[in-house]
Ligand binder design. Structure first.
Ligand code: FES
Ligand SMILES: [Fe+2]
Length: 358
């Protein structure tokens, strides 16, 4: 008699992914106040200095432990609420009001941060190495165009390890069973720090004549951009979706879901923005459907796959690179690989490329 399959799951390693992580709309950090961000098992503070640059520092003052997200921004420094030590954006203490000297170890960790696509990003690398330029977040021209709405953004906290979210990239079978989207064609492209899902499906709510074609690319471990065409109220809707997350702890993450929609001529800016809000509501239903599964499933390292399942194991090998020191990453994790599934038996596959890389 064949033996039964046993679910295996190693304890989650106490390490967070190396990469750029999106902290939401850059404009939210522009009010002159420090903002607390719980991420990577610690607490960070983000603030925009008077020179308009956003800085990210560890949030706990090493003098007596006060929380710098309650500090005051002065010039380009944070003044601690407890004894008023002043911390520069580089993490170095630059003034203590009651002391002539500053202890040489008066430094806190300063995290690389930058703005792209009107979003704020912070770089995490447990070894402390700065990011290389090839990992820069690609510019989305639509973010800066009057032909498109502003970002509509939703955020919520999910209580599971973020690998569950990443599995979606390759999990073709759940699109019909969980999201009710029959899939005509599905492919994954892996290449370096990018992984892409190409999907041609039919959606009752967001369907186009001839199907709903999406290109969704992860740039690194936590920032995914999707290009999607759909239809609502008789209009063709061109949209760009943002799906990004920041781990809070090993078993929780903040998920942000954003959307840009090409404005429909003849509608006012307000009407277009409203339309984007309605559209995001439809699309975010999909995330709630995933959350309902995550809330009750267990972690599994050895999924039992069958014909018709996507390349979950290869996806996880790709994803694992962000948890390894660069010298230890196997070449197979970064190699260019295309895996196609064609459940609809299409004779012509859609063009295979990363999002916007036609
Ligand atoms: S705890 Fe920050 S200055 Fe004392
Ligand atoms: Fe899903």
């Amino acid at each position: 008699m064949p033996s039964m399959r046993t679910i295996e799951a190693k304890p989650i390693e106490n390490r967070y992914a190396r990469g750029w992580h999106c902290l939401g709309l850059a404009s939210e950090f522009g009010d002159g106040n420090p903002h607390a961000v719980n991420a990577f098992g610690t607490r960070l503070v983000c603030f925009r200095g008077e020179d308009e640059h956003v800085r990210v520092l560890d949030s706990h003052c090493p003098h007596m432990g006060a929380d710098l997200s309650r500090a005051t921004v002065r010039n380009n420094s944070l003044v601690c609420p407890f004894h008023n030590w002043s911390w520069g954006g580089d993490g170095i203490c630059n003034a203590i009001p009651y002391s002539k000297t500053i202890p040489p170890t008066a430094r806190i960790r300063s995290w690389p941060a930058y703005e792209q696509n009107r979003l704020l990003f912070v770089w995490h690398d447990p070894t402390g190495k700065p990011p290389s330029a090839e990992l820069d977040i690609p510019r989305i021209d639509a973010c800066f165009s009057d032909d498109w709405t502003d970002w509509v953004m939703e955020k919520w906290t999910i209580n599971t390890n973020c690998r569950e979210l990443i599995d979606n990239v390759s999990d073709m079978a759940h699109f019909i069973s969980v999201h009710g989207v029959p899939v005509e064609y599905f492919a994954n492209i892996f290449e370096g720090h990018k992984s892409t899902q190409v999907m041609l499906g039919k959606s009752s709510q967001l369907a186009m004549e001839g199907g709903l074609l999406t290109y969704a690319t992860y740039y690194g471990p936590a920032y995914q951009i999707t290009e999607m065409k759909g239809e609502m109220g008789g209009f063709t809707i061109d949209s760009i979706l943002l799906n990004c997350h920041v781990p809070i702890t090993l078993n929780s993450f903040d998920l942000r879901f954003g959307m840009l929609v090409r404005k429909i001529p003849g509608l006012s800016d307000e009407q277009n923005q409203e339309m984007a809000k309605t559209y995001i509501k439809f699309t975010q239903q999909g995330f709630y459907q995933d959350v309902a599964i995550w809330d009750n499933k267990v972690r599994i390292d050895n999924p039992l796959l069958c014909e018709g399942d996507g390349p979950i194991y290869h996806l996880r090998r790709w994803y694992q690179q962000f948890y390894q020191d660069e010298a230890e990453i196997p070449a197979a994790a970064r190699e260019h690989r295309v895996v196609e599934l064609n459940p609809g038996g299409l004779s012509t596959a859609p063009p295979l490329h990363h999002v916007f890389e036609r």
